[in-house]
Design a protein around this ligand. Structure first.
Ligand code: AGP
Length: 610
């Protein structure tokens, strides 16, 4: 959570920083702020709410200066307010700090500094860093002051720091929260994520744990926490600029939904060589001899990534016949899970920065388990911590509600499953070729679903005032019901629950009444008769039913109030298509309700706190 952007060069810092922050708002949008150094010292502007409030303030009262730091906030300590917004200033306005993370010992630091006469004005943990810098400052050495201060901090931080006595230097530091340094011509940048600087440079340093960067207009030096210089390779960003822009769509979420055919196609083509009966997992050590050492698999993840992980469990158990435990990472880390060198932990994360998933990976590694990360963000913490990485290559996902990453994660799970099953001799060539053929045609099948957007929109137009929604399904359909329900909750703020269709009559059916909408996902032929009975049960209690079924299923049209059909494909693949219907449905439900679709209330794209 929280986005950091900093600029140092010969141009105006303010515009560059706010441009960068506009690409980072997905990380939080409770408030935004900026601090620059000019001949008056450090000048700050900040404002509660979205970045546009800060921009209005800057229009009225501009700040000039060619060095500055900025921040967009997702609140943890202290409610969203002007005062709690970053940057935070130290006593005497000597230092300004922007911070992403949580300082766990801030109360102790605050007590120490209060005793020494420091006065705190905000409720944040970050303000203690600003005053601590002042407390440790000898009036001469900026770098040593930062190092000494970091030594006293416990918790997670990505920091951008400026000091009024050093108008040619930004110091950046990282522990457990992401931070990159963008390398420009006669100017350099710090940022929480690549989209913030993509318009200006493609050359970046990705800071590792406990690293500090001393950033000037014409140089960047990296050090470890002991002050020893670190040699780093420049990482070249290959994304197109378009990938981080809306490209004509009204919202990033819609754009990302429409990117799915291409992403799935790239994945399938690159991993499934046409003339071979194998998955090409390039560089991932998961061959027969590795797999023979594994006797337990965990899948850990949060939110949407967890739903992709649940599908992974379903595929691996059904196809490769290996038992898998899927856990939300926030539970896994407190459970003392059974882990050793014969455990494979598959960690799924779009951002690669989710605190709970990251912690799960650390725990797994500390028990010598092998960790395979299924990650989108290249060079992210989870990708670097894991033993093996499967990059889903979905490009930057900006909308807070994850769509394209989910489809890419699920596709990755098909590929990993087929790989394991083929290596372990649990799948015939014929079965492999059937799934492979359905993955080859998946991009076209997704296109077919996207062509039904208007049909799906019409269903949303009918039901967007629903107050209670149930998503039901059986088997893999139940798992995508969970994802459909989450999407509706997070962007349309509609109370929605996912239930295994057969479980409804064990309690929740009491909630069904005339206004209740039931979204019934029924793509699994072998389970269809049972699901149909459950649809009849809710119909008999006057619910409205929106069905999602496979082409040719006439029973659904007879029983449901509305049905959207998806193309016929392999039963393992159809839930992914059904989920695309749910994505579009949630989008138009939210659209009709006028919510902030790309930046839903209370959420942040990457949850870097536990
Ligand atoms: C998805 O729409 C959510 N915004 C959220 O559940 C997300 O999937 C979760 O926070 C995990 O994020 P990650 O994939 O970046 O780890």
């Amino acid at each position: 959570m929280c986005g950091i952007m900093g600029y140092i060069g010969h141009g105006e810092a303010s515009g560059c920083i706010t441009d960068g922050l506009s690409k980072l708002e997905y990380r939080g949008y409770d408030s935004a702020g900026i601090a620059v150094i000019n001949k008056r010292g450090i000048e700050v502007r900040k404002s509660k709410g979205e970045l546009k409030n800060l921009l209005e303030k800057l229009d009225r009262r501009p700040v000039t200066g060619s060095i500055g730091i900025g921040h967009t906030r997702w609140s943890t300590h202290g409610a969203p307010s002007d005062i709690n917004s970053h940057p935070h200033l130290s006593k005497d306005k000597t230092f300004a700090v922007v911070h992403n993370g949580i300082i766990e010992n801030y109360l102790e630091i605050k007590a120490l500094l209060t005793e020494k006469g420091y006065r705190f004005i905000s409720d944040t943990d970050t303000e203690c860093i600003a005053h601590l810098l002042h407390y440790n400052y000898d009036g001469e050495n900026f770098f040593e002051t930062v190092r000494k201060t970091l030594d006293m901090l416990e918790g997670a931080y990505a920091l951008g720091i400026i000091c009024k006595d050093f108008p040619d230097t930004i110091i950046a530091a990282k522990k457990d929260s992401p931070l990159i340094i963008g390398l420009g011509k006669d100017e350099n940048y710090i940022a929480s994520d690549i989209p913030a600087i993509l318009e200006r440079t493609r050359d970046v340093y990705i800071l590792d744990e406990y690293e500090l960067a001393v950033v000037k207009a014409d140089s960047v030096e990296i050090y470890d926490i002991n002050g020893d210089p670190v040699n780093k390779n420049v990482f070249k960003v290959e994304w197109s600029l378009d990938a981080a822009e809306k490209g004509g769509f009204e919202h990033f979420m819609l754009k990302e939904i429409y990117e799915q055919p291409r992403i799935v196609k790239d994945l399938a083509l690159s991993k499934l060589p046409p003339a071979e009966h194998r998955v090409n997992l390039e560089g991932i050590s998961l061959d027969k001899s590795d797999l023979e050492k594994i006797n337990r698999i965990y899948v850990v993840a949060c939110g949407t990534a967890y739903h992709a992980g649940l599908l992974g469990k379903y595929f691996i158990e059904k196809i490769a016949r290996i038992p898998v435990v899927a856990e939300v990472a926030s539970e896994f880390i407190y459970k003392d899970p059974i882990l050793d060198e014969s455990t494979l932990v598959i960690a799924v994360s779009q951002s690669g920065e989710t605190a709970d998933t990251k912690e799960a990976v650390k725990i797994a590694k500390s028990h010598n388990a092998k960790v395979l990360a299924v990650v989108n963000a290249i060079g992210s913490s989870i990708a670097r911590e894991a033993n093996e990485v499967f990059y889903i290559l979905a490009g930057p996902e900006i909308a807070v509600a994850s769509t394209k990453a989910f489809s890419a994660q699920v596709t990755a799970m098909y590929l990993i499953t087929c790989h394991i099953a083929m290596q372990m001799g649990k799948m015939s060539v014929l079965e492999f070729e059937e799934i492979k053929a359905s993955l080859y045609t998946l991009p076209d099948d997704i296109e077919d679903v996207l062509e039904k957007a208007e049909e799906i929109r019409a269903v949303a137009d009918k039901y967007y005032k629903a107050k209670n929604v149930f998503f039901i399904g059986r088997g893999a359909d139940y798992l995508v019901s969970m994802e459909g329900s989450l999407k509706l909750k997070e962007i349309a703020y509609i109370n929605s629950e996912a239930y295994a269709a057969g479980e409804l009559k064990h309690g929740p059916i009491a909630m069904i009444e005339e206004e209740t909408l039931v979204v019934a996902i029924a793509t699994q032929q072998e389970l269809f008769r049972n699901t149909l009975s459950n649809i009849k049960e809710v119909k008999a209690r006057s619910a409205k039913v929106f069905g999602i079924a496979v082409d040719g299923n006439k029973d659904m049209a007879q029983e449901c109030d509305d049905v959207v059909y998806i193309p016929v494909t392999h039963p393992m693949v159809s839930p992914l298509l059904a989920n695309i219907v749910s994505q579009i449905f949630a989008y138009y439900m939210a659209y009709n309700l006028g919510t902030n679709i790309d930046k839903p209330r209370n959420l942040a794209k990457s949850v870097t706190v536990q």
